[in-house]
Design a protein around this ligand. Sequence first.
Ligand SMILES: [Zn+2]
Length: 184
Amino acid sequence: MTDHDCQRHLREYTATRTRPYHFVDSGLPNIYLIGVKYRVCRKCGSQAAEIPAPVKLMNVIAEAIVMRPGILSGPEIRFLRKRAGKKAADFAAMISNTPEHFSKLETGALPLQEATDKLIRLTYGLLSGDADLLPKIAAKVEEWYKSIHGKKVNSIQIRSGRQGWVHIQQTTLSPGWWPRNAEF
Ligand SMILES: [Zn+2]
């Protein structure tokens, strides 16, 4: 409990590229939104954003994760598994992992191997029911099997605009990894 009513101390902002909204409710530590309105309590600093089309947004975040180079982080594994609607033990069984091992992957206690990384992405794609994502994964499968080290992605930025949610390309990415129609 706080000693004040946040509703009485709100200030509204619009998230910009230079001052994006840190979307901690995504369950991921590095998701930043642009183009959304958000309110900050001037007393305690608590924030809340207006999120249009939240399901679409979560799909775009999942796609950004599935299609990104490098190795998935623990929070990203957990995010994809939850989006797929699976309990940890069930998802672990699908990718031939023990629940104990899979739990350590989600917490980051164990490193994720390349093959398991790609299997998680494929499994998410198939379970997600996201018809936009499947063809993009299909186009990547061969590359994934050959695959290798991408550069690290420090943040993922998703912009709200007239055409809905759009993942913004990061300059730290290796060229050729992202769909040709991705916006810059
Ligand atoms: Zn407050």
